[in-house]
Design a protein around this ligand. Structure first.
Ligand code: CU
Length: 145
């Protein structure tokens, strides 16, 4: 009886944890200019935590990476081009393209990581690395349903 109650309590607390904190997603980036995933599924309306880990060895100035979540329907080529000239703001454009950004990590060097928190409504959201020239290779989609 006690055992069953214990199990129920554990199950209940696990359930509460997942409701309160949502999903933790871990994405890695590397020296071959790639993310380890191209598609991420999340639950609409819940808070998500995404940890980007740069597992590459090349210096940040040559092979830095970030992860930028963009609004559904954003033209990633247009955004990526604008980001290229935004070195002063860590490759997050400060012009009209800025409004396309939902969340973004810092630019990471070797063995650095950064976590972001976001909540999405139903839809498909592109994500890219906005370091100059990377968005063509480093891109994917977050499906929120
Ligand atoms: Cu990159």
């Amino acid at each position: 009886m006690v055992n069953i109650m214990k199990k129920t309590t554990i199950l209940l607390s696990l359930l509460l944890t997942s409701i309160c904190f949502g999903k933790q997603i871990v994405v890695t980036s590397d020296d071959t200019m790639k993310f380890n995933v191209s598609e991420i599924t999340v639950e609409a309306g819940s808070e998500n935590k995404l940890l980007l880990k740069n597992v590459g060895q090349m210096p940040k100035s040559a092979m830095g990476h970030n992860l930028v979540i963009l609004k559904a329907g954003t033209d990633i080529n247009k955004f990526g081009m604008a980001a290229m000239t935004a070195a002063a703001s860590a490759y997050i454009p400060q012009d009209s393209n800025k409004s396309d950004v939902i969340a973004h990590t810092k630019i990471l060097g070797p063995n650095e990581s950064d976590e972001i928190t976001f909540t999405l409504s139903k839809g498909e959201y592109p994500f890219i690395c906005s370091f100059p020239g990377h968005y063509a290779m480093m891109k994917g989609i977050i499906i929120s349903k």
